[in-house]
Design a protein. Structure first.
Length: 124
């Protein structure tokens, strides 16, 4: 397995109403993220339950997973909060998770290795 210790990135998880994810991804990219992965699901929070003809309906949701360099997290999170209107009840949630290991993002890992080599070479 080509997994490497991660010292430079965090995972921003954002859950929003269906149809809002593309706006959130666009805002995150403008704020410095490289992109995001959108996953579809259903919500079941306190603001989620709706009735239609007496039947409870759980609204569809979109979850955006965005791997971000640590130094850009605050800026990207602020942009995502504004784009998704997360400051209003029932619009969604965003949170940041520590990432211990990463794999499969070859361009990112190559850059990280290059920087490590450059820093190591300047000490000798």
């Amino acid at each position: 397995m080509n997994a490497h210790l991660n010292l430079t990135h965090k995972l921003l998880v954002t859950i929003v109403k269906k149809g809002v994810a593309s706006k959130v991804v666009k805002a995150s990219k403008q704020a410095g993220a490289e992109g995001g992965t959108i996953v579809y699901g259903k919500g079941s929070g306190i603001h989620e339950t709706k009735k239609f003809l007496g039947i409870s309906v759980e609204p569809e949701k979109e979850m955006i997973l965005t791997l971000i360099p640590k130094e850009k997290v605050d800026h990207v999170l602020k942009a995502v909060e504004q784009a998704g209107k997360l400051d209003r009840p029932g619009n969604g949630v965003g949170f940041v998770i520590d990432v211990k290991r990463i794999a499969g993002i070859v361009h990112l890992l190559n850059l990280q290795n290059y920087i490590s080599e450059q820093q190591g070479g300047s000490n000798g």
